[in-house]
Write a protein that binds this ligand. Structure first.
Ligand code: KIV
Ligand code: ZN
Length: 519
């Protein structure tokens, strides 16, 4: 396969994905996701929007320093201050890129109130400035799919002449359709002077459920960079899902003869990690990474699968990093068996992490006869208490039943001292949350409370996600336990601990500037 058929994968989980309300990640989580993206072969990582907050700046610059393979890119609006800040953040990368953009459609031009000529001058000035700071500049006409054709061609030509080497065509509001997406890229490449010397990228949103189809169509039209996020994370209906476009190009290479550099075996691990840290669970029937994507439960399907797997399976679970084995572990399984299982499941853990997971595994195995693969995966993703937590659960007892409110008796360790509260509520979870609030009064709004069973059976672990919002800061907490109420209380405490950390770092992780602001 020639280089002209190589499609670059540009991941924007840490920028467009993290920008999604409620998906805010901590600094360490961003570093961890960036490392996983780098290791899985993502060509370009858009690590954040450096001018948006101190937290974004710090994350982009540390990712730039640490990354080994990927190009590290930061986002900047079309102004000198944004671009300078972005250049400073990506400076330490071996391969830095500045991605600058401006909304070019009539609706977006109206926001900064610029005439077509004024905007064209601004594009020339800002792309030239970015190009003077780094060699690798990407430019995007935001809302390109609703921009007048002649004007789109004119501004792209200006950006190319000013030195942009990647021209990204965003379908910002998820409006285009596959035929149109292919045609737009094809005609731009045929029409705009200098188009042959740059890479055209496609950046689709999923408002009409067509992001994957539109991205692949754009590739058919000549685009050679797909912008996407893990699990399709992103504002509103999300962005193009990385796992979908990558697997589609791999499995249907017969009709789409394009390659990527992605190690597809790493897809499941990063999908789960992004779901955990963003608090956005993956829907069960989501293509490629959903819990049911490889489950064949109906009788007819199982019969067919036993005779020949290809009857109902177009790709192998192993191709995306799902283990073919599912022999459960039990309370007599030792550290070596656990390490072996973790390796089979695609997790490389250091000695300290193994020690921590082993303690929690033993605790779980004492309460649950068989510990399945999904239980182990939950143990790797959902940590226990950490030394730094200000609030720790000591004990929780709840009395509940028909004909009256539930009553929770809770003991919390707050900064090393134990405190007790007894509260009543509308059910065991409500009573427990009230008891937490009695011991740690707070004004955080509960935005999300979600429970999922990890495996089947009445002794299954429940994973609980809790999202809290306080003064514009959003924190998500997770926990897993065989007792749903205990998992709920721990998830609530996890989110509160994270809010406390954020409160301590003024401005951090607060998006002071959003990309939809006037440029
Ligand atoms: O959707 C969009 O237009 C964007 C741009 C900033 C590229 O995310
Ligand atoms: Zn976008």
């Amino acid at each position: 396969m020639s280089d002209k058929n190589r499609v670059l994968i540009f991941d924007t989980t840490l920028r467009d994905g993290e920008q999604s309300p409620g998906a805010t990640m901590t600094h360490d989580e961003k570093l961890e996701i960036a490392e996983m993206l780098d290791e899985m072969g993502v060509d370009i990582i858009e690590a954040g929007f450096p001018i948006a907050s101190e937290g974004d700046f710090r994350a982009v610059s540390e990712i730039a320093t640490r990354s080994k393979q990927s190009v590290i890119c930061g986002l900047a609006r079309a102004n000198i201050k944004d671009i300078d800040r972005c250049a400073e953040a990506v400076r330490n990368s071996e391969r830095p890129r500045i991605h600058t953009f401006i909304g070019t459609s009539p609706l977006h031009r109206a926001i900064p109130n610029l005439t077509m000529d004024e905007m064209a001058d601004k594009i020339h000035e800002t792309v030239t400035h970015a190009r003077n700071l780094v060699d690798n500049v990407q430019w995007s006409p935001m809302d390109a799919t609703r921009t007048e054709w002649d004007y789109l061609c004119r501004v792209i030509e200006i950006a190319i002449k000013a030195g942009a080497s990647t021209i990204n065509i965003p379908d910002t509001v998820g409006y285009t359709a596959p035929m149109e997406s292919a045609d737009l890229i094809k005609r731009l490449i045929e029409t705009v002077p200098g188009a042959d010397d740059v890479i055209f990228a496609t950046h689709c949103h999923n408002d009409l459920g067509m992001a994957t189809a539109n991205s692949l169509a754009a590739v058919a039209g000549g685009a050679r960079q797909i912008e996407c996020t893990i699990n399709g994370l992103g504002e509103r209906a999300g962005n193009t899902a990385l796992e979908e476009v990558v697997m589609a190009l791999k499995i249907r290479n017969d009709i789409m003869p394009f390659s990527t550099g992605i190690d597809t075996k790493k897809i499941m691990a990063i999908s789960r990690r992004v779901a955990t840290v963003s608090g956005f669970a993956v829907q069960f029937n989501k293509a490629i990474v959903g819990k049911n994507a490889f489950a064949h439960e109906s009788g007819i399907h199982q019969d067919g699968m036993l005779k020949n797997k290809e009857t109902f399976e177009i790709m192998r679970p192993e191709d995306v990093g799902l283990s073919g084995t599912s022999l459960p572990l039990g309370k007599h399984s030792g550290r070596a068996a656990l390490r072996d299982k973790l390796e089979q499941l695609g997790f490389e853990v250091g000695d300290n992490q193994l020690k921590d997971i082993f303690v929690r595994f033993k605790d779980l195995a004492d309460r649950k006869k068989e510990v399945f693969d999904d239980d182990i995966i939950a143990l790797t993703h959902i940590g226990g208490d950490t030394e730094d937590d200000q609030l720790k659960l000591v004990t929780l007892r709840v009395a509940c039943g028909t004909g009256g409110p539930a009553e929770a008796t809770l003991v919390l360790d707050i900064d090393g001292k134990e405190h007790t509260a007894i509260e009543r509520g509308d059910g065991p979870v409500d009573a427990s949350f009230k008891a937490i609030r009695a011991l740690h009064p707070n004004t955080a709004n509960l935005q999300l409370y979600q429970v999922n069973a990890v495996t089947e059976g009445t002794d299954a672990q429940a994973t609980v996600s809790v999202r809290l919002e306080e003064d514009g800061n959003i924190a998500t907490g997770q926990s897993a336990d065989t007792d749903t109420v205990v998992a709920s209380a721990k998830a609530y405490l996890h989110a509160l601990n994270r809010l406390l950390v954020r409160r301590g770092r003024t401005g951090e992780d607060t998006k002071e500037i959003r990309y939809t602001d006037a440029n």
